[in-house]
Design a protein around this ligand. Structure first.
Ligand code: ADP
Length: 163
């Protein structure tokens, strides 16, 4: 069975993430969505548990596991015995950071390979950061996130977020 780890902060899950997960399932038998979190940092919008629940609900596919980790991704990959890391690429601006990370991870663990998928044209401008910013200012993020995430953002920031 081939499995890939799809790591990120997913704070919150967006339709861009969902597209990468669904397309990843065409290449891998299993996708482990791994929420990177820092237990010392309290600046996130949703807790790791909340993010996990939102991803599980939105994906609803037995081939997708949702887990959380902190520390080095390559160590997590080693613990899980998975050698493939799945990442999404949006604009050119993602490239430099992703290129550095992929090379660093391969240096830290030569077994690990990173696979990139290009985002779909409808999603290339969507980021969790932008969703957080727009929602916190009361703007609508409808169409950028799955319905369950939209409902949770409405609870936090008011109904305008979903209109
Ligand atoms: P963000 O950058 O939105 O805060 P994460 O840090 O959780 O999200 O990103 C996890 C992975 O998902 C990264 O590889 C990132 O490039 C990818 N990703 C995020 N948003 C999108 C999108 N809209 N389309 C494709 N890939 C995306």
């Amino acid at each position: 069975m081939t499995a890939a780890i799809y790591p990120g902060s997913f704070d919150p899950l967006t339709n861009g993430h969902l597209s990468i997960i669904q397309r990843g399932l065409k290449m891998f038998d299993k996708v482990i969505v791994a929420i990177a979190y820092n237990p010392q940092k309290a600046t996130s919008l949703f807790t790791a548990d909340e993010r996990k629940k939102l991803i599980l609900e939105a994906v609803a596919d037995p081939r997708v596991e949702v887990d959380a980790f902190h520390g080095l991704l390559v160590e997590y990959a080693r613990r899980r015995s998975v050698n493939v890391i799945l990442r999404g690429l949006r604009a050119v601006s993602d490239f430099e950071y992703e290129f550095q990370m992929a090379n660093m991870n391969r240096t830290l663990n030569s077994q690990v390979e990173t696979v990139f998928m290009m985002t779909g044209e409808d999603y290339f401008f969507i980021s969790s950061k932008l969703v957080r910013e727009v929602a916190s200012l009361g703007g609508s993020v409808k169409g950028f996130v799955p319905p369950n995430v939209l409902a949770k953002l409405q609870e936090k920031f008011g109904s305008a977020v979903g209109q």
